[in-house]
Design a protein around this ligand. Structure first.
Ligand SMILES: Cc1cc2nc3c(=O)[nH]c(=O)nc-3n(C[C@H](O)[C@H](O)[C@H](O)COP(=O)(O)O)c2cc1C
Length: 185
């Protein structure tokens, strides 16, 4: 297996982080990897907000959980109410991914960038997790203003980054289905 394939199969969502902040050079390499993603019509509609200020990360966590508690989906409402649950798993860095609303495919473009960033992080030995719950915080305009998301952009997802706990090892992936692909030649 080459290094790219090893990185792809070794990546896992990390939900526990060391306190130590990742290096700026590592962060920049991950952000740049996001910007190398494909985008519909090469529109490159991305905007990434890096949050490393603990109080702000805590505020987004608390705001997301308040909104999650009102979810009609039972397990989401329960996680929102769980006192010890931190949606960012106390990661030292959170990246909020937005894209221009009027782009041709903003959601797909954000997802492509995010996946590149997860793989870049893994290649650098940095833990990461794709974060859907952060969207709950961005359900109103005041939160967009508070975080300073540029006008005309929509937040779709966030990403946590931080060093993995010592001794962390990826477990082999359990496949849920047999027929994920077939060949027509
Ligand atoms: C669209 C999307 C949203 C996700 N949101 C969350 C989330 O809010 N919290 C979380 O802990 N994991 C989240 N994940 C991570 C998935 O739970 C994870 O990718 C899945 O369980 C497979 O595990 P792996 O990433 O270790 O391969 C999300 C993944 C995707 C693709």
């Amino acid at each position: 297996m080459n290094e790219v394939l090893k990185t792809i199969s070794g990546r896992r969502s990390i939900r526990q982080y060391r306190e130590e902040q990742i290096k700026d050079t590592e962060l920049r390499a991950i952000l740049e990897a996001g910007l190398q993603a494909p985008s519909g019509h090469d529109s490159q509609p991305w905007h990434f907000t890096v949050v490393q200020k603990r109080e702000l990360i805590d505020e987004i966590n608390a705001g997301s959980k308040t909104a999650m508690r009102k979810s009609k989906v039972d397990w989401i409402a329960k996680l929102g109410a769980a006192e010890n649950y931190n949606i960012f798993y106390n990661a030292p860095t959170v990246v909020i991914l937005a894209a221009k609303k009027d782009a041709i495919s903003p959601l797909a473009d954000v997802c492509a960038a995010l996946q590149n960033m997860l793989l870049a992080a893994e290649s650098l030995g940095i833990g990461s997790c794709w974060m859907g719950f952060a969207k709950f915080y961005f359900s109103d305009q005041p939160s967009y203003k508070k975080i300073g998301i540029p006008e005309g952009y929509e937040v779709f997802y966030a990403l946590t980054l931080g060093y993995k706990p010592a001794g962390w090892k990826a477990k082999p992936r359990q496949r849920k289905y047999e027929n994920f692909y077939r060949m027509i030649k």
